[in-house]
Design a protein around this ligand. Structure first.
Ligand SMILES: Cc1cc2nc3c(=O)[nH]c(=O)nc-3n(C[C@H](O)[C@H](O)[C@H](O)COP(=O)(O)OP(=O)(O)OC[C@H]3O[C@@H](n4cnc5c(N)ncnc54)[C@H](O)[C@@H]3O)c2cc1C
Ligand SMILES: *[C@@H]1O[C@H](CO)[C@@H](O)[C@H](O)[C@H]1NC(C)=O
Ligand SMILES: *[C@@H]1O[C@H](CO)[C@@H](O)[C@H](O)[C@H]1NC(C)=O
Ligand SMILES: *[C@@H]1O[C@H](CO)[C@@H](O)[C@H](O)[C@H]1NC(C)=O
Ligand SMILES: *[C@@H]1O[C@H](CO)[C@@H](O)[C@H](O)[C@H]1NC(C)=O
Ligand SMILES: *[C@@H]1O[C@H](CO)[C@@H](O)[C@H](O)[C@H]1NC(C)=O
Ligand SMILES: *[C@@H]1O[C@H](CO)[C@@H](O)[C@H](O)[C@H]1NC(C)=O
Length: 588
């Protein structure tokens, strides 16, 4: 028996030591026949990728279809109904989309080769085992919203969770929580949960974008919401995860059972890392009225000094707003400012107006007359539908940093100066103002990046995306890292960034070189461990090693990803080992 055990260990290590994942064209890549057998074993759920942009390129060009695709490319729906498309244009890598010449043939590029259109946990377990056996890269894909392209990958088998749509609202009780809860399949999106919650007169913490997947990257990576200053982040709501781990085992993880370490890691430690979640149970809070307010003003008839003074004043007024349970989204360029919206869960409209009054007085004093609109709604869903703005995708590059409350309190001048330099350079500021401290979340235990607890402003900086100008996109990425983010990091070097809303933290030139070859020489050591995970990183690494002992789950900037690199052709290889090139593999 010992000999058998040793032999199987050897087999595993022989496989694990192969430097690169098996890639299409390699001798190790399964034959059509083997894929067909796999398809039969998963009830015929295997989908071969046909990139979404195919009708936009010869020889399959179809002008009418391509026009529809082009018009809808910035709408999330178009991408999440596909088994492979992703919304972040940088990671789609321009290999098949409506914005490149018709004559350029469509290639798979950075898209997965196949996807399993999952409808049961068993499909996931079989996919994990198949990919492990053949040493094929896995990508876990839900909606494809991820800004860092973590739901796509060259040469991969996708595990596509979109159709896991079960949803139930029920009572729940454990040592830490007693009340209503929602159990949802991994494919449930914000709008589906909000609609169910509305009917049951409860509130669910979910994103401002109604189509983000709640149990996928959102809650696993943190998850901020218009309800967050009232209840905390998405990850703070989770009571139970059902998950298929890296060995294909079915596990139910809660805060107190034998899988509490996995529960802790999945609640904030990053999607696509420890296993594939099949369902999540989260707190469902009692329904309340929700008020909303929006406001705009511009720099017309005032000096730029006055315009930025007004912005500085808003930031000083934020702590009182968020401590009362409100959450604000606001954005500005160097010419216009908008709060869009301020959300007050269980805050009557009159009280919300009282809370904003000091800022309105500030503006009056500065000679600014804003346009203000406010309204009270009977529920979260009605406020959401009435006030939240639609958010387009594929239109920008993003950088992000969490600004602690102490920076606003002690160095608001420095902060405003940094934001001013950034926006005067042409970038757009987007802020999420919230309070997700322990006082708000209550008794929770999870791996949410600790910097969230002191954060007042989750800052996002964007520059416009242009499909036809790689050089400018690279230059903007450099600026984002070396200039914009550098200014914010300097103000709060011990803070970090929200892993879900940034594709550009310090290692972006490396990623760019991987995808496009423009910048081979500029590799810089990524620092994502510190900025996305902080002190939780070592513990998360241990938990990953335990539940993903064969290291099959990889995605950029996730825990453990430093062990891998993506080559120019997209091939995923272990760092520091000689590659199993296509030629070498053919020789074998
Ligand atoms: C327009 C837009 C608006 C957004 N608004 C918000 C917001 O208001 N608040 C907020 O916090 N964030 C927001 N985000 C960011 C969002 O949280 C992330 O994009 C998140 O990763 C989306 O998760 P997903 O599962 O829907 O997407 P995907 O891109 O499909 O997946 C994201 C990551 O999660 C992993 N994953 C997905 N499903 C599973 C699963 N079942 N098991 C294990 N891993 C899985 C994937 O492998 C990938 O690494 C927004 C993004 C966009 C594009
Ligand atoms: C998998 O099987 C189903 C049902 O037979 C079929 O429709 C589908 O095309 C197959 N997928 C692939 C990639 O062959
Ligand atoms: C991305 O595009 C670049 C430039 O067209 C190409 O060199 C590179 O191989 C592509 N990478 C992938 C994974 O498709
Ligand atoms: C995936 O499965 C769902 C549910 O069975 C089905 O409606 C959908 O058409 C499938 N999508 C693809 C691309 O196979
Ligand atoms: C957040 O608000 C609570 C009141 O709900 C307050 O006690 C706490 O101090 C605030 N958090 C921070 C970081 O100030
Ligand atoms: C404020 O919200 C109302 C209601 O949704 C909308 O009609 C109006 O355009 C919004 N104004 C701004 C400035 O966002
Ligand atoms: C705003 O920024 C743009 C782009 O950098 C710049 O051209 C313009 O002069 C700026 N305007 C003001 C009022 O600062």
């Amino acid at each position: 028996m010992f000999a058998l055990f040793a032999a199987s260990l050897l087999a595993v290590s022989a496989q694990a030591s192969a430097a690169c994942r098996c890639f299409p064209g390699d001798a190790c890549w399964p034959s059509e026949n083997v894929w067909t057998q796999f398809n039969q074993s998963i009830d015929g759920r295997l989908v071969k990728t046909v990139p979404l942009g195919t009708p936009c390129h010869a020889p399959n060009y179809d002008a009418a279809k391509c026009t529809i695709l082009r018009d809808g490319w910035t709408v999330p729906e178009e991408h999440y109904e596909s088994s492979s498309s992703v919304m972040a244009p940088f990671f789609a890598n321009g290999t098949c989309d409506p914005f490149h010449p018709v004559s350029k043939p469509c290639t798979l590029g950075n898209y997965a080769v196949y996807a399993v259109n999952v409808t049961t946990p068993a499909h996931i377990s079989k996919a994990v085992q198949f990919a492990t056996k053949h040493d094929i890269r896995i990508v876990v894909r839900n909606t494809g919203h991820d800004y860092s392209g973590r739901s796509t990958g060259a040469g991969a088998l996708g595990i596509w969770t979109h159709y896991l749509k079960d949803l139930e609202i029920h009572d729940y009780k454990d040592k830490h929580y007693s009340g209503k809860a929602i159990t949802m399949g991994a494919g449930v999106q914000g709008f589906e949960a909000y609609e169910a919650a509305e009917k049951a007169n409860v509130q669910i913490v979910g994103g401002e974008c109604p189509t983000v997947g709640l149990a996928g990257g959102y809650s696993q990576g943190g998850g901020h919401s218009a309800l967050s200053s009232r209840y905390g982040l998405g990850a703070d709501q989770v009571l139970q995860w059902q998950v298929v781990d890296g060995q294909g085992n079915f596990i139910t993880a809660t805060r107190d059972n034998e899988y509490s370490d996995l529960y802790w890691a999945l609640s904030g430690g990053g999607g696509g890392t420890y296993g594939v979640v099949t369902s999540m149970t989260s707190k469902a809070h009692p329904g309340t009225p929700v008020s909303g307010l929006n406001m705009t003003f511009t720099n017309a008839k005032i000096s730029q000094d006055t315009f930025y003074e007004a912005i500085a004043r808003f930031h000083t007024r934020l702590p009182a707003l968020v401590d009362a349970g409100a959450m604000s989204i606001w954005f500005y360029t160097n010419t216009s400012f908008a709060i869009s919206p301020l959300t007050g869960p269980n805050i009557p409209e009159d009280d919300l107006l009282k809370l904003i009054q000091p800022f309105v007085s500030d503006l009056k004093e500065l000679g600014i007359t804003p346009t203000v609109y406010s309204k009270q709604f009977p529920s979260y869903l009605s406020q959401f539908n009435g006030m939240q703005q639609e958010i387009g995708v594929g239109e920008a590059q993003y950088g992000g940093w969490l600004i602690p409350r102490s920076v606003v309190q002690n160095n608001n001048k420095g902060l405003t100066a940094a934001y001013r330099q950034i926006t005067e350079d042409g970038a757009t500021f987007i802020g999420v103002g919230l309070n997700v401290s322990r006082q708000v979340t209550g008794d929770v235990s999870n791996s949410v990046f600790p910097g969230w607890r002191d954060a007042l402003i989750a800052t996002t900086i964007t520059t416009p995306w242009k499909w036809d100008n790689d050089k400018e996109m690279l230059a903007n990425q450099r600026k984002m890292t070396d200039s914009y983010m550098a200014k914010l990091t300097a103000l709060s070097p011990n803070s970090g960034a929200y892993m879900n809303e940034v594709n550009l933290v310090l290692d972006l030139e490396h990623r760019y070189s991987v995808l496009t070859s423009l910048s081979q020489a500029d590799f810089r050591q990524p620092n994502f461990q510190k900025f996305f995970f902080g002190k939780n990183y070592p513990a998360l690494q241990k938990i990953k090693a335990k539940y993903d002992s064969k290291d099959i789950f990889y995605a950029r900037t996730n825990v453990g990803s430093e062990a891998w690199e993506e080559r120019k052709d997209g091939r995923l290889c272990r760092v520091g080992q000689s590659s199993r090139t296509a030629e070498h593999a053919r020789d074998l």
